[in-house]
Design a protein around this ligand. Structure first.
Ligand code: NAP
Length: 375
């Protein structure tokens, strides 16, 4: 039996290959997980684009040839074989996987709800990515929402934390000026992480949530109903220059960032979240106004866990997740239409579509390199 891996050249993300590796006998203490479905969005492309700088290539290294990398994805798997006394075959798991058909894990720090992979090469990497949730007791889990969980859960947690971080900092003074609303300016407004953030921000008082997007994605952003207004990147001059504002940047587009910082004379804060526009990424030296500050989600989790307790934080997140999911999957006009793609050819074609930014924002891609995906 073999494991199939989808790999990309680290310095040329459009160059792809499949590698077959024969499966060895499972060592004592390990489990073998069959990866059944995983989501692919721009977030995964950003993992690849930042693979060296932010250590994403180190999770699932290609030991045979370090010029190639395995892009991490979020998804579901089932324990196929176990040499660990506390994990049974058949158990379903949610977590961080390579684009592959199976993965061997070394479970450690096992609790009722989750465990961590103790593979030596992952020891220095952030624990949030080394954690595997046990679906049978995971409060976020329901069988019928697996696709939406794979697509949205890691992104919405970030969205929720961005909104919480901004509120926690009183929107850096943007919402407290008499006679002015605070303008929250979100780039790549059609991305799942941006619209999750807008969904949360829209509940806050005295805020104008503005989505900035490409011309082709304006109608999609407007259809969501979570933006007070939607502008194309070229319509930046329509933002009142004297409006107190905050920039929440999902695009990473250096030229647009500079234009926005120059135009918005009363920009109170600039938060760098993502880099969907990978061809236009760049540094942020010599920016007018506030410096562009990298958002670090684990820092806000740590702060809120200390203030509220981790149980209370989890409860708040869960409630917001359920509200978000109910809206996204709304019977009348769902925000996402899930498409399944199984097998190497379909995975490669979908990857290249997402890489080029050609993917329709209304479509959520769920992939598998193993068997067909169960509906
Ligand atoms: N810092 C964190 O902790 C964290 C956590 C989660 C996500 N993120 C980041 O947030 C960003 C959004 O991720 P997502 O998965 O939510 O995205 P997504 O839903 O796949 O977003 C798709 C949108 O991104 C833009 N886009 C994608 N590829 C492009 C390309 N090649 N050229 C130009 N535009 C392109 C387009 O939006 P427009 O036309 O609207 O620009 C497109 O509609 C990613 O960079 C991700 O890494 C960061």
């Amino acid at each position: 039996m073999n494991t199939t891996y989808f790999e990309v050249r680290k310095n040329s993300l459009g160059t792809t290959a499949f590698r077959q590796k024969s499966i060895a006998a499972l060592p004592e203490g390990q489990i073998r997980v069959r990866i059944e479905r995983f989501a692919l969005t721009s977030n995964n492309i950003t993992y690849a684009a930042m693979g060296d700088a932010m250590q994403y290539w180190q999770f699932f290294p290609v030991t045979e040839d370090p010029e190639w990398g395995r892009i991490p994805v979020w998804g579901f798997g089932v324990v196929q074989e176990s040499q660990h006394p506390l994990i049974e075959p058949g158990e379903r798991l949610y977590g961080y996987f390579p684009m592959a058909s199976s993965l061997d894990l070394t479970p450690s720090t096992i609790s009722g709800g989750h465990f961590f992979d103790a593979a030596p090469h992952r020891a220095t990497l952030h624990p949030v990515y080394n954690q595997y949730m046990r679906c049978s007791v995971d409060p976020f889990y329901t069988k019928q929402t697996e696709d939406l969980q794979a697509l949205l859960r890691p992104l919405f947690i970030t969205s929720w934390l961005i909104d919480d971080f901004l509120a926690d900092n009183a929107f850096f003074g943007a919402t407290t000026e008499p006679g002015h609303k605070g303008w929250m300016l979100l780039s790549s407004a059609s991305s799942k992480t941006a619209y999750g953030t807008a969904f949360q921000l829209a509940k806050r008082p005295n805020i104008e949530v503005v989505g900035l997007t490409s011309a082709g994605n304006v109608a999609f952003c407007e259809s969501l109903g979570c933006y007070d207004r939607v502008l194309t990147y070229g319509q930046l001059p329509q933002i009142a220059p004297d409006a107190p504002s905050v920039y929440v940047d999902f695009s990473g587009d250096a030229r647009f960032r500079k234009a926005l910082h120059t135009h918005c004379k009363r920009l109170k804060y600039s938060s760098s979240i993502g880099a969907t526009h990978i061809a236009d990424m760049g540094g942020s030296k010599d920016l007018p106004g506030p410096k562009a500050t990298l958002f670090f989600a684990p820092a806000q989790i740590k702060k809120r866990s200390a203030e509220w307790g981790s149980q209370a934080l989890a409860q708040r997140l869960l409630q917001s997740w359920r509200d978000f999911l109910a809206t996204v999957a709304g019977a009348d006009s769902p925000w996402l239409a899930v498409q399944h793609h199984a097998g190497p050819d379909a995975v490669k074609a979908t990857y290249l579509e997402v890489l080029c930014g050609r993917a329709d924002p209304h479509t959520g891609h769920i992939l598998s390199l193993g068997a067909a995906i169960e509906a």
